[in-house]
Design a protein around this ligand. Structure first.
Ligand code: ZN
Length: 82
């Protein structure tokens, strides 16, 4: 039986979530990514095949010019103590 690596719980919820992939300061946001979420601590687990697919999409988009469904502008700031 599968148990959570963090809390040892074994209840998982099938979910679709937003996944943010980052590589060398380039980002790809993928919506509706299937995952299993721990019912106790909320840690999310993704299948290796799912993560491979996201890496491939990232590569196709940035290096082979594949068209994307949507692009967004993201504000960037340095954290400053106030
Ligand atoms: Zn857990």
């Amino acid at each position: 039986m599968k148990v959570c690596n963090f809390c040892g719980d074994n209840s998982f919820i099938e979910k679709r979530v937003q996944y943010i992939y980052k590589h060398d300061d380039r980002f790809l946001i993928v919506n509706s990514v299937p995952c299993q979420e721990c019912g106790f601590c909320g840690e999310q687990y993704f299948e290796a095949a799912v993560l491979k697919k996201i890496e491939k999409d990232f590569h196709d988009i940035y290096f082979h010019g594949r068209a994307v469904e949507q692009e967004i502008k993201v504000p960037v700031e340095e954290f400053v103590e106030t």
